[in-house]
Design a protein around this ligand. Sequence first.
Ligand code: B16
Ligand code: MG
Length: 214
Amino acid sequence: MAKIKAFLFDLDGVLVSTEHNHFIAWQRCAHSLGIAFTEKENELLKGVSRVDSLRKILALGSKEIDQATFESLLVSKNEFYLESIQNLSQSNLLPGVLDLLNEAKRRGILLGVGSSSKNALFILEKLQILSYFSVVIDGNGVTDPKPHPEVFLNGAEALKVDPSECFVFEDAASGIAAAKAGGFMAVGVGNPNISSAADIYFNDLTEFRLDIYA
Ligand code: B16
Ligand code: MG
C-alpha cells in the first residue's frame, strides 16, 4: 500500500449526523406528493445530490411533475433542512471525529472534505472545524455528482496527492462507489449497509486506528 498522505472526508453521515435531517426533510416532500418514503428508500439518497435525490423520489412514486413544481420542492426541502439544523454546533460532531482530525493534523496528513452538499461550508463553519481542511469540494463545485468520482478526484488534485495515497471516509453507497471508481481506499463508516462494499469498515471513527494506516 502507498504511504497515506491525505484523508478526504464525506460530510453528512461521516463528520456530522445530518443524514437524519436530510431524511426527515425528504420524507416531508415525498409525503406531500403522496409517495411512501421510509429509511429504506432514504438509503438510495445518501450522498446523492439534491436534484438527483428528488428525481429518485419521483421515480419511486412513478410520479411526473412540471419544472416549476420541481424547483419549488427543491427550495422547500432545503428551507426545511436548514431550519432543522439551525442549532448545529461542535457538540453534533460524530464520535471520534475531533480526535481523528487532531491526530491526523499532528502527523502531517493533509485533510479535505468531499461532499455532495451545497450547504457544506455553512455546516463546517457551524461545527467549527472548517480550519482543519486544506480543501473543501462540495456540491457547488462538481459537474458530475457521486457516484462519479469527480468530487474526490478534485480533492486529491487540490491536495496534490495521488488517489492511491489517499483514504476516503464515506457513509453512503454512492460515495463508496465514487471513491473506488477514483482509485481511492474506500473507508466505510457508520452505515452497516455499506460494510461489504467498503474496503474497510468501522462503526464509527473512534474505531479507526491511525497508527495502523499512516
Ligand atoms: P444539499 P454528503 C449529501 O452530503 C447527503 O448525503 C445527501 O443526503 C444530500 O442530499 C446531499 O448531500 C445534497 O445536500 O441538499 O445540502 O445540497 O453525504 O455527500 O456530505
Ligand atoms: Mg454522506
